[in-house]
Design a protein around this ligand. Sequence first.
Ligand SMILES: Cc1cc2nc3c(=O)[nH]c(=O)nc-3n(C[C@H](O)[C@H](O)[C@H](O)COP(=O)(O)OP(=O)(O)OC[C@H]3O[C@@H](n4cnc5c(N)ncnc54)[C@H](O)[C@@H]3O)c2cc1C
Length: 443
Amino acid sequence: MFSQINPAASDTVLPDRVDVAIIGGGIAGTAAAYSLAKQGHRVVLIEKGRIAGEQSSRNWGWCRTQNRDERELPLQLLSMQLWERLSAEAGAELGFRRSGLIYATRSETELASWSAWIDMARQYQVRNTVLSPAETRALTPGNEQDWIGGIHAPTDGRAEPAMAAPALADAARALGAVVLQNCAVRGLDIRGGQVAGVITERGRIAADRVLCAGGAWASMFCRRHGIDLPQAGIRSTVFATTPGPEVTPGGLVTPDFTISRRLDGSYIVAAQNRGQMEVTPQGIRYARQFWPTFKTRRKSLTVGVGRSAVSGPEAMTGAWSFDKPTAMERHRIYAPAPNPAVAGPALAKLKAAYPALSGLGVGGVWAGWIDLTPDSIPVISAVEQLPGFFLATGFSGHGFGIGPGAGQLAAELVIGRAPSVDPTPFRYSRFTDGSRINAPGMM
Ligand SMILES: Cc1cc2nc3c(=O)[nH]c(=O)nc-3n(C[C@H](O)[C@H](O)[C@H](O)COP(=O)(O)OP(=O)(O)OC[C@H]3O[C@@H](n4cnc5c(N)ncnc54)[C@H](O)[C@@H]3O)c2cc1C
């Protein structure tokens, strides 16, 4: 069972021509659509299933600076400012609260690495603090685990994944954007070596600029047009509890579980180290590029073969025709099966740590397919080899919190406006010109 996603309104009539066509109605695509519509551009947002059906509704909702790759930090800080005003601006609740995040640990190495991050982030005016064991205990009332210390990120927080992207899509639509759901983009219309529009399952839409914010499907989509985008997936299982007493207002990371308190009083719970990397045709294609990251994260992953080898965004190897149904239509919402071994043990550990939560039950279990890049930061960029084509994808397991800024930055690049933050780290060309720096990053 999966959380209820707020419905977003849809249009039925395809526009003949727009300024920008956006593929994918996750947080990146909806935020870009909102930003473009706000500036008066004619936009169509095209989603093969429903707005936020994939990663953008399946995540924990964390909007964090702590432990974020330094290359993403300016964009995350911009996103935090946007999150603060988006509910009021959009006239709809996105669920954002600066409810604070706490990281508690029993590992000296872990604490040292988090502290080093805090030292680095001071130059960006991020004021997260290192906690003593007593301070960690004081911030985790009712918790019976033992800590050697922790981290407090008081201005970090979370938004509600079931609400945020639908609210942005509706806000974009209210500003004039056309929103199409249940409408897959089968391919790009390319004329004279540049983008001239998109070909959807319902027909063609002319557009000189196309932004692909297709999440885990972006690599396959690009490959169909001769564009190489290294991307690999991890299946990640989480579950929601039934509502219960508040033990933390925001999020808490412990060595045994991570919990995130939702507005309805339930918790999203994730077990540590239970990401599943599956062998897929696309994974094999990019194995060499992902090898350094994989080695760094080996302990936090299991590796196996699942349905993703034969079905889904990483299974397609060949080209497809634009006049027949495609894999995108066969998977309106890609919903990988959750790992059945996660919820029971994690709930037992949560209850052992918090006797006050002993009455909690499992409210729903689901999985999401996280799309990674080899250096664990996204691509938000023009694709130079195909004029008019842009990407906002590869958010590597932490794209929800950075989504509003990522959408705004993508919009700025698409319309050639001065970017709010330096887009250089996110350039597509780092994968083609040999300049990519491998960094393990943190998901
Ligand atoms: C379990 C889990 C926990 C996570 N926790 C966090 C967290 O706490 N904080 C955080 O910041 N991030 C978190 N993430 C990561 C975050 O959810 C993603 O990075 C983010 O949602 C990616 O957004 P997106 O818009 O790029 O992709 P998506 O949300 O996946 O959206 C892409 C959309 O494109 C559509 N699409 C693809 N191809 C086509 C096509 N050809 N035509 C039409 N539509 C198409 C898809 O249907 C999909 O809806 C988590 C992820 C998971 C799975």
